[in-house]
Design a protein around this ligand. Structure first.
Ligand code: ADP
Length: 263
């Protein structure tokens, strides 16, 4: 059985094509989430990358911030369910998932059997989300994927004391004007995101295995600072930004299985 998972995020659209709920056939990502052409472009890219064709798909499930507005799927499922499912597909022992996306951060706690037992979310404030990194990268005229390497060169991470993104933006500009080095500033920015998210994680409770997902999982400086603050190892995977889409494809497969069993 072939299932398709589409995750329409606040900033990025991700697609995953799966076979029999066990094999990832192909995947695609396009910047542009809700209200953009992102989902269509990501799908176009997906079909370009595979021999499979849309008419071979048995079920399509959409998730993410923009799921309610998307027509063309067979069903929609919450991001929390999909992230938990997708995370467990990659990390079967995962008990805590820290997901930092473009506009929110979520901590999902799972029982030993993989059921979601708790979650805490910040979707009210840009600090502690990818948005904070996007804004700061823009000020520093850097690409988002350059932050990580730059932070690694820091000897003395700058302290960013403002808890609001708008004030932190002014703080970074003035520290830059005062000669604070870019690596120190970038390291301070990454630590600031980590400190916000670690407070959230403590509220949810941190049980190993702890994993990180979402676009910000690609930033090792944030992940390392989080691991230090929470005094735990945090695992991630090159597919971490796709956990939601993987979960959606898996959900579709489980629905098909259930329908088959009920016949
Ligand atoms: P959403 O589902 O809300 O669109 P994602 O989980 O796809 O969010 O993550 C998007 C965010 O990931 C962007 O806002 C960006 O800040 C961040 N991001 C993407 N690539 C990187 C990278 N290489 N390093 C750090 N952050 C990144």
């Amino acid at each position: 059985m072939i299932t398709l998972g589409i995750d329409i995020g606040s900033t990025t659209s991700k697609c995953v094509l799966m076979k029999d709920g066990s094999e990832i056939l192909t995947y695609s990502l396009r910047i542009g989430g809700l209200g953009t052409e992102g989902p269509e472009e990501a799908l176009e890219e997906l079909w370009d990358k595979t021999e499979y064709t849309p008419d071979q798909v048995d079920r399509t499930i959409v998730t993410g911030y923009g799921r309610n507005k998307y027509e063309g799927a067979d069903g929609e499922v919450s991001e929390l369910t999909c992230h938990a499912l997708g995370g467990r597909f990659v990390f079967p022992e995962m008990r805590t998932l820290i997901d930092i996306g473009g506009q929110d951060a979520k901590i999902i706690s799972l029982s030993e059997s993989g059921r979601m037992s708790n979650f805490v979310m910040n979707d009210k404030c840009a600090a502690g989300t990818g948005r904070f990194l996007d804004v700061m990268a823009n000020i520093l005229r850097m690409d988002i994927d350059e932050l990580d390497e730059c932070a690694a060169k820091s000897e003395n991470p700058a302290s960013i004391s403002s808890t609001c993104t708008v004030f932190a933006e002014s703080e970074v500009i003035s520290q830059l004007a005062n000669g604070v080095s870019r690596p120190d500033l970038v390291a301070g920015i990454c630590e600031s995101v980590a400190s916000r998210v670690s407070a959230l994680a403590r509220r949810a409770g941190v049980v190993p295995q702890v994993c990180m997902s979402g676009g910000v999982a690609k930033n090792n400086a944030v992940r390392n600072a989080l691991a230090k603050s929470l005094e735990t190892e945090i695992d991630t995977d090159p597919m971490a930004q796709y956990f939601g889409a993987i979960g959606a494809a898996l959900y579709g497969y489980r629905q098909l299985q259930k329908n088959k069993d009920n016949k």
